[in-house]
Design a protein around this ligand. Structure first.
Ligand code: PEP
Ligand code: MG
Length: 572
């Protein structure tokens, strides 16, 4: 096992850099046991804890029931498992035991874990194979209940200025940490293109991931420094190391101030080629950061992030107010609202918890086309917010023409009913698609005849092309957007868009990578969408590039046969 950080002894640990910057502060170690065995609750809180259990149980029963009716037509095995899960979940004895444990003073999460584990032990000791199998089912139901509960639980309090050390974090955790004033994050699990990492970057929260056995390595409350540039963690830094990092931090701040001068300058290459710079935003407040850095529009609103704090899909009116607010604040620039891309590593209410392979499962446009009520509500809200003609609609996770056609038909139906009701909207609202699956890239020429624009999502495109989970640190060296196969798909997409005369941009993380700017411009990209945090840095790079040279470089890169060759060519 790796060496543990002892009090007062400097120790350097390496991980994967996932969000740039330097953070200095006390470590707050979040062990999973602290979720499992927190302090005993007061009597006054018992009814509230029982209510939380009942809500989570009710929601999970609802979810299982929905899937049960679907699977009845599709698979006997799935039907049988779900039916048995439902029976366990409704079992009066189990429910009563959980309630009793809460009444004994355990928080609901602990009560669930204790009771399920107790039951599991009983089944595991059995000689009967079928009963043994049941113990896995119990684990599955327990995890499902816990994720419902954790989604609803009040975030634990963390001192502002701390650095969180955890096994893994979800996008919702990152939002909670941001609000609590957490300065940095170190995790064992996660990928640099995971949504949690993307959020950490947009909150400017330095992060290092992929640190093996991190919970054993770092003690609670020791002083640590995390260097999100190199993926280094320094525990108990000596006064000299501390000083060195404070200096680096102030240089970093100075550099940022200097970049501020670029806001008013144009985004053009040295030889005058304009490159449109837009931003990716996750929350309404990000519009201000986007305006501050002089973005020329919003290239991607991850609308599913607007759902994070909610426990339901919002009404048309609620959504209309959000989108209208965003569209008005972006005007006269365009704003591209991507319809809810729920699923995979982005959870939303009503999504199944038990997909064994969620990235390849029920996400994005697949989910929306099976929940036309949710899809239509969102489209009505977006259409109504489009009355000033600066809104675009974007479809996520597209793999087939049928998905695009069905979505366009739905949009047309919504337009007709708004017309009938005499409600204003943009009749010519552009509808585009994310190119983030190899299928979409390879068939982009066909798609281009049906849509107004493409936006290349290199995060998912890389994940699906290289069969490497974007959120899994074990394959972080396989997940590489500079792989020639990914670059070929990007090139195919750009060429299809050019041929069919529709616009194409890149909005995945590759758009902001310092090694990719010249290559992408040389490949024919003239629009990039990145987190507001890095837009000025990107503009600075664009202003140093010569377009003719970039075209030559792109040609050379595209003829490389390995990613090491590509990386050598780009000096990264
Ligand atoms: C992408 O996949 O590259 C993308 C921009 O979408 P998201 O990261 O939200 O999946
Ligand atoms: Mg994506």
């Amino acid at each position: 096992m790796a060496k543990q950080a002892k009090k007062n002894k400097e120790l350097i640990i390496k991980g994967i850099p996932s969000s740039y910057g330097i953070a200095i502060g006390p470590a707050v170690v979040i062990k999973s046991e602290s979720v499992i065995m927190p302090s005993i609750i007061c009597e006054i809180d018992i009814p509230e804890e029982i209510k939380r259990f009942e809500i989570a149980q009710h929601d999970l029963i609802d979810e299982f029931t929905t899937h049960l009716s679907k699977s009845a037509k599709e698979s006997k095995n799935v039907f049988a498992i779900l039916e048995s899960n439902l029976l366990i979940l409704k079992d009066p004895f189990l429910n009563e035991s959980i309630r009793r444990r809460i009444k004994d003073g355990f928080p609901v999460e602990s009560a669930v874990i204790l009771e399920f584990d107790h039951q599991k032990q009983f089944f595991q000791q059995s000689k009967d194979k079928l009963l043994k199998e049941k113990s896995f089912e119990l684990d599955n139901i327990k995890e499902n209940l816990l994720s419902y509960l954790r989604n609803r639980s009040v975030p634990f309090s963390i001192e502002a200025g701390s650095i969180v050390i955890a096994k893994s974090v979800s996008p919702t955790d990152i939002v909670n940490f941001h609000h609590a004033g957490v300065k940095g994050i170190v995790t064992e699990v996660g990928g640099i293109a995971s949504h949690a990492s993307i959020l950490a970057r947009s909150f400017e929260m330095p992060a290092v991931i992929g640190v093996n056995e991190v919970l054993l390595l770092i003690d609670d409350n020791i002083d640590i420094i995390i260097d999100g540039y190199s993926g280094t963690i320094i525990c108990n830094p000596t006064p000299a190391t501390h000083r060195e990092y404070l200096e680096r931090k102030s240089k970093e701040e100075l550099h940022r101030k200097e970049l501020g001068a670029l806001v008013k300058l144009s985004s053009t290459t040295r030889d005058g080629k304009p490159i449109k710079l837009c931003t990716n935003i996750d929350f309404i407040e990000d519009i201000d950061s986007s305006t501050m850095v002089g973005a020329e529009g919003i290239g991607l609103v991850r609308s599913e992030h607007l759902l994070m704090a909610l426990q339901h899909f919002p009404s048309e009116e609620e959504q209309y107010q959000w989108y209208l607010n965003m569209a008005q604040r972006t005007y006269p620039n365009n704003i591209t609202i991507r319809v809810f891309d729920v699923g995979s590593d982005k959870f939303a209410e009503g999504m199944p918890h038990h997909e064994s392979n969620p990235a390849l499962g029920f996400r994005g446009i697949r989910f929306l086309l099976s929940r036309l009520d949710i899809f239509e509500t969102q489209i009505y809200a977006i259409l109504r917010a489009s009355k000033n003609k600066n809104v675009r609609i974007m479809l996520p996770m597209v793999t087939s023409l049928r998905e695009v056609q069905s979505s366009i038909e739905l949009i047309e139906r919504c337009k007709k009913s708004l017309d009938t009701a005499d409600i204003a909207f943009d009749r010519h609202i552009p509808v585009g698609i994310m190119i983030e699956t190899p299928a979409a890239a390879l068939k982009s020429k066909d798609f281009a005849s049906h849509v107004s624009f493409f936006s290349i999502g290199t995060n998912d495109l890389t994940q699906y092309t290289l069969a490497a989970d974007r959120g899994n640190e074990l394959v972080s060296d396989v997940f590489d957007s500079f792989h020639p196969a990914v670059l070929q798909l990007i090139k195919i997409t750009i060429d299809s868009a050019k041929e069919k005369k529709i616009s194409v941009s890149v909005c995945g993380e590759l758009a902001g990578h310092s090694g990719a700017t010249a290559m992408l411009i040389g490949m024919g990209i003239n629009e990039l969408s990145v987190s507001p945090r890095i837009l000025l840095e990107l503009k600075n790079r664009i202003r140093s590039i010569n377009y003719e040279e970039a075209v030559k470089l792109a040609g050379e890169v595209l003829s490389c046969s390995s990613r090491s060759e590509v990386r050598a060519k780009l000096s990264i």
